[in-house]
Design a binder for this molecule. Structure first.
Ligand code: SAM
Ligand code: SF4
Length: 335
């Protein structure tokens, strides 16, 4: 049976969910200025987290409903023990095309080999600056060299690496060219992310957002011409390559060119709540269904119903001129 002709997770706007992001912890060893609430101690109780067995069961149900790709995220997924065990069970799910992970890279270096052996297809490593002092100012910890070491180890191990970079005006927008050179020299895709109002700190403002357009103008001034690659419309990153073939860049223009009409993602938090949109507070408690002993068929039916309620997205908030800081908080909902 062809899933394209028989979409199971379809919302009221006709969008089909194909990608699932699973947050496995809300905790983190960093405190990024655009994400984590300051001095956060309001963590989820360990007893309330989904176990890896529960996550795998839910993942299998989602895959049976048409999910093709899973990304493990957080919080910082490497601070939860043995994430490789989860990678192993997820990557053995029949019908799933890829399992990837997003990490800040601090604890990554010694895990790369085992993650790859466990079936990890690729990794997104977040890096917002090449300046060690600025790294500390943006993330609260002195970790620049650890992250660079992890990136280099992943490249040596031939694990495909993408770099996630949140650009904030006045914080790191003067380093765009450095990231471009990094992509051209290493071959890593660098994805520039517009700062979204998913900050726990309440600092988000339109003025801090550097638009995709502005970034491309700057890059075109400093390098040879960038051309769009014309990638999958559902991928939030608009991909570009340079005329001379060196380097690939992605831009995630959530604020200035929202891509809600093509959204194919849904998310589960570490405590098992399903979020159908990053910018919607409403969520659905899947852990309760697991705890109540519901069958796979009952859980599938519930998920299908939840997806029908997926809202239009940030595009509606922008239309209503209702953008404000902290619509949701990234470390809990998962990036
Ligand atoms: N801790 C991991 C990390 O930092 O890569 C995974 C979780 S983090 C929430 C996932 C991604 O979301 C990271 O690349 C991070 O830079 C990005 N992110 C967090 N807050 C953001 C915000 N307010 N706007 C845009 N991207 C954000
Ligand atoms: Fe932690 Fe990632 Fe949020 Fe930074 S972006 S505070 S590393 S969860």
């Amino acid at each position: 049976m062809c899933l394209e002709n028989n979409p199971n997770l379809v919302d009221s706007f006709g969008r089909i969910a194909k990608k699932l992001r699973i947050s496995i912890t809300d905790r983190c060893n960093m405190q990024c200025v655009y994400c984590m609430p300051s001095n956060n101690t309001n963590w989820l109780e360990q007893d309330n987290l989904l176990t890896y067995e529960q996550i795998t069961r839910l993942a299998k149900i989602f895959v049976s409903l048409g999910i093709q790709k899973i990304k493990i995220t957080g919080g910082e997924p490497t601070v939860r023990g043995n994430v490789e065990d989860l990678v192993k069970s997820l990557s053995s799910i029949e019908g799933l095309r890829s399992v990837t992970l997003t990490t800040n890279g601090i604890l990554l270096k010694n895990k790369i080999k085992i993650l790859k052996e466990s079936g990890l297809d690729s990794i997104n490593i977040s890096l917002d600056t090449f300046k060690p002092d600025r790294f500390k100012a943006m993330s609260g910890i002195d970790g620049f060299y650890k992250v660079m070491d992890a990136i280099n180890t992943a490249l040596d191990e031939n694990l495909p690496v993408k770099i996630n970079t949140v650009i904030m005006r006045g914080w790191n927008d003067d380093e765009i060219s450095h990231f471009v050179r990094f992509s051209r020299e290493t071959g890593c895709i660098v994805k520039f992310i517009e700062f979204m109002p998913l900050d726990g700190t309440g600092i988000w403002s339109k003025g801090l957002v550097v638009s995709k357009k502005e970034m491309i103008e700057k890059i075109n001034n400093d390098f040879c011409k960038l051309n769009p690659i014309g990638n999958d419309k559902a991928d939030p990153a608009r991909l570009y390559s340079f005329e001379d073939g060196k380097g690939t860049l992605g831009f995630i223009p959530s604020i200035t060119e929202p891509f809600c009409q093509n959204c194919d993602r849904v998310r589960i938090t570490a405590d098992g709540r399903l979020y159908t949109c990053l910018f919607e507070k409403k969520n659905y408690d899947l852990k309760r269904l697991l705890d109540e002993g519901k069958s796979d068929a009952e859980i599938s039916e519930y998920i299908r119903k939840c997806i029908t309620e997926k809202p239009e997205g940030i595009i509606k908030i922008i239309r209503k001129h209702d953008l404000r800081p902290t619509i949701n908080v990234m470390n809990t909902i998962g990036g």
